[in-house]
Design a protein around this ligand. Structure first.
Ligand code: FRU
Length: 467
């Protein structure tokens, strides 16, 4: 039925049916990118969480696989991560067939209902068959709750201790701060530090962190700590902030206390990075959940709910001496481009899946209008140092009073390059190759038909996208 599939994206990842939220457990192994996700298979509304699963060879074409991890007597399976244990430190496999170990939060609904506070713990499971089947560790939970209600979303990465030896580090969201734990075998965990009380944005609970080693433009090592927060994002509801600093002695020290956002739009949440990307690829890849807890359970799709953002590559850049994080579309997305054509001022759109590029010449102001025959529109602009996506008249919005609005973000430096990805219910804006990013859901009653540019935009190109 067409109306049921109306908002099904062409190239964004969605579950075949039912509910999805956060991306989980992403790792790369033997030519496959794995993507797990928070999933409730019995409804399009959030409920008892499972880990759904898909694999891809190119980050563009995804193969759906059976549910990977199901709830058990310890609780629902909340967000977490997975690592390839190449040295078999856990002993679950062998060096010849290294175990893949998933580390996730158990959320015990019984404890929650009974008003207890220790109902979130961390558990592990392993796979010896390239992520197809998972065995839960019989000693779960591996990290008990110390008496704090929000204690979740373990992101494990391999780091070096101060003697230079490899060590597993778990980055965990604990209510209003992050706690770090370390382990030699992924089973026994010891707290090594904490960060974040009184630093950064605190308009909501901290969730889904990630600790990432990156290079500065001058080649120096820096750690980036992603911290999703809900509510309290810059556009209301959910968003992901980040800190830049160092990681020593098992804890994170920020370079400064500036508040920074990875994506200034309303619809990029709980994004984390892939583990085990071969060093020859030399890139940091992340994907986010393209929704917002403000209205995620109400958006007007019928058979499934939620999509992921396009996969993105993260890197650091420097603007007037300040380090910031930028994100560009993963290069594999270029595979979707079915040629391109140049246009000026205005053009019809070739379909619901389109990429648009344009350059801004002298001024630092522009505007792009995307519309359909019903008079519905999205306006993307920069004016007075603010980059905005106006979705106030973009179509269906009656499901939530916060939806139909204008989202803006400050950009004090000049906008020069604009790149936009449109799909059935989304728009993703990358200014200056990802120096400023905004991701937004839109639900037009009829597909977008036309694009119009302000005259200072030059070299405009349209790329029809197809899988
Ligand atoms: C973030 C989150 C996580 C939690 C999961 C539950 O969106 O709230 O903190 O693990 O979703 O589905």
């Amino acid at each position: 039925d067409d109306s049921i599939e109306k908002f099904r994206p062409v190239y964004h990842f969605t579950p075949e049916e039912a509910w999805m939220n956060d991306p989980n457990g992403m790792f790369f192994y033997e030519d496959e990118y794995h993507l797990f996700y928070q999933h409730y298979p019995d409804s399009t509304i959030w409920g008892p969480m499972h880990w759904g699963h898909a694999v891809s060879k190119d980050l563009v074409n995804w193969e759906h696989l059976p549910i990977a991890i199901e709830p058990d007597s310890l609780g629902y399976i909340f967000s977490g991560s997975a690592v390839v244990d190449l040295e078999n430190t856990s002993g679950f496999g062998s060096k010849e067939n290294p175990p893949i170990v998933a580390i996730y939060t158990y959320h015990d609904p019984v404890g929650e209902r009974n008003g207890e506070i220790d109902f979130q713990t961390q558990g592990i499971a392993y796979s010896l068959d390239k992520g197809r089947t998972w065995t839960k560790y019989e000693g779960n939970p591996v990290l008990k709750n110390p008496g704090i209600k929000d204690f979740r979303d373990p992101k494990v990465s391999l780091q070096k201790d101060d003697a230079g030896n490899p060590i597993w580090v778990m980055t965990l969201a604990v209510a209003d701060h992050i706690e770090f734990f370390s382990s030699e075998d992924l089973i026994h965990w010891k707290k090594s530090g904490e960060f974040g009380k009184g630093i950064g944005a605190h308009g909501g609970v901290w969730e889904c962190p990630d600790l990432i080693l990156m290079k500065t433009p001058s080649g120096e090592d820096k750690y980036v700590l992603l911290v999703s927060i809900n509510p309290g994002g810059p556009q209301k509801g959910s968003a992901t902030q980040y800190f830049i600093g160092n990681f020593n002695n098992g804890t994170f020290t920020p370079d400064d206390t500036m508040i920074r956002w990875m994506d200034y739009g309303p619809d990029n949440y709980a994004g984390v990075t892939w583990s085990n990307i071969p060093s020859s690829q030399n890139r940091t890849l992340m994907i986010g959940w393209m929704s917002n807890w403000l209205y995620a359970n109400q958006v007007p799709t019928e058979k499934w709910r939620s999509a992921m953002t396009i996969p993105r590559e993260l890197s650091l850049f420097d603007i007037d001496g300040t380090l910031l994080l930028k994100s560009v579309p993963a290069e594999e997305l270029a595979k979707l481009e079915q040629g391109w054509y140049e246009f000026s001022e205005s053009s019809n759109l070739p379909g619901i899946a389109v990429e648009l590029k344009a350059e801004l010449k002298d001024q630092d102001e522009f505007s792009i209008k995307i519309s359909n025959e019903l008079g519905e529109q999205i306006i993307i602009s920069k004016e007075f140092g603010l980059v905005s996506i106006d979705r106030s008249q973009s179509g269906i919005s009656n499901f939530n009073s916060d939806f139909a609005t204008i989202h803006s973000a400050p950009m004090s430096w000049k906008a020069e390059k604009i790149q936009i990805f449109l799909d059935a219910h989304s728009v993703e804006l990358f200014v200056n190759e990802g120096e400023l990013v905004m991701t937004s859901n839109v639900f037009p009653n009829s597909p977008w038909k036309k694009v119009e540019l302000s005259e200072n935009l030059k070299n405009a190109k349209l790329f029809p996208l197809e899988k």
